[in-house]
Design a protein around this ligand. Structure first.
Ligand code: SF4
Length: 119
């Protein structure tokens, strides 16, 4: 049997949640609502995180472009995603929402520009 503690980040109440895995049967305690149960189970079985970072920018007085993932990516791929993004350089101008990296690492998630950059 495995027990994990989480702090739910779905809303500002920050409930302390305990998840127990008893041979694949997951039990959740401490959550105030159903979303907390879903959060804890996702964190245990398939944790994901949003990416917010910058990539290099050419042809502008600014040197970096802020980018964000359209959806959360698997946590285990975060480091590799960041490596790819650190090596990415795009040319200005860029419009907010432009796809900077499509389907990063085959996750099905696009990385998009978080703001517009003119020259
Ligand atoms: S369990 Fe529900 S009430 Fe508690 S922090 Fe999560 S979303 Fe908010």
């Amino acid at each position: 049997m495995t027990t994990k503690q989480y702090v739910c980040i779905v809303c500002p109440m920050s409930c302390s949640i305990e998840l127990t895995d008893d041979s694949g049967v997951l039990t959740v305690k401490g959550n105030t609502c159903k979303r907390g149960e879903e959060y804890a189970k996702n964190e245990y079985t398939d944790p994901k995180r949003m990416i917010t970072t910058t990539v290099g920018l050419r042809g502008s007085r600014l040197r970096c472009l802020p980018v964000i993932s359209r959806k959360a990516v698997p946590k285990k791929l975060l480091r590799d995603c960041m490596k790819q993004l650190y090596a990415t350089v795009v040319d200005a101008p860029v419009r907010q929402g432009d796809v900077i990296v499509a389907n990063i690492l085959g996750t099905g998630v696009d990385i998009i520009a978080a703001r517009s950059i003119t020259l």
